[in-house]
Design a protein around this ligand. Structure first.
Ligand SMILES: CC(C)(COP(=O)(O)OP(=O)(O)OC[C@H]1O[C@@H](n2cnc3c(N)ncnc32)[C@H](O)[C@@H]1OP(=O)(O)O)[C@@H](O)C(=O)NCCC(=O)NCCS
Length: 157
């Protein structure tokens, strides 16, 4: 039985471990700590006592910026990513956001397909967004509207 709850500082070691195995440029633990302390919208999804995934959004005025969305490898393909994303969008709507925005690697098939299934559309491309040891990589910018308190449109029903 999975449940969503706000991220706590006591989750950060586990979050850092999942982050390290999930991203080519993982956030450092201190970055997550700052996000929690600054009151960004930081959530985890847990299975019994174990963090299975997490998401972070920063809301500035009417825009929710999805900063992080990750599911631990062992828990993928069970609908947790989509559940977390729906939850983050609902929270964003509650907090007055009208738009959600994110950046994603064009090579991240799983992420592109997840975002597409919840109505995100590619609106632009930022060159050299992700630094790399050899060459940097660009990011697709995706957005969708967020409606306050309304149901989320999704191809998953
Ligand atoms: C992207 C990620 C969060 C998806 O989490 P997940 O829990 O496996 O996703 P879900 O089970 O909720 O899948 C939701 C939808 O996403 C898509 N999807 C998920 N994994 C996929 C894959 N490997 N290939 C293609 N589509 C995929 C599918 O459309 C899926 O719907 P379906 O199961 O009805 O086909 C997870 O793969 C992850 O953490 N990846 C590494 C970090 C990352 O890329 N984060 C996002 C960019 S910052």
């Amino acid at each position: 039985m999975f449940r969503l709850r706000r991220m706590r500082e006591s989750d950060l070691l586990k979050v850092r471990d999942i982050e390290r195995v999930s991203h080519p440029l993982p956030w450092r633990l201190a970055y997550f700590r700052q996000a929690v302390r600054r009151g960004w919208c930081c959530w985890v999804i847990e299975d019994a006592q174990t963090v299975a995934g997490y998401g972070v959004i920063q809301i500035v005025r009417h825009q929710a910026h999805i900063m992080s969305l990750t599911v631990a490898p062992h828990y993928r393909h069970r609908g947790l990513g989509i559940r977390m994303l729906r939850h983050l969008l609902r929270e964003a709507g509650r907090q007055g956001a009208r738009w959600a925005r994110l950046e994603v690697r064009p090579s991240s098939q799983a992420a592109l397909s997840l975002y597409g299934s919840l109505g995100f559309k590619a609106r632009g491309y930022i060159r050299h967004y992700y630094p790399g040891p050899g060459a940097s990589t660009g990011a697709l910018v995706m957005t969708r509207r967020v409606q306050r308190g309304s149901k989320l449109r999704s191809s998953h029903g």
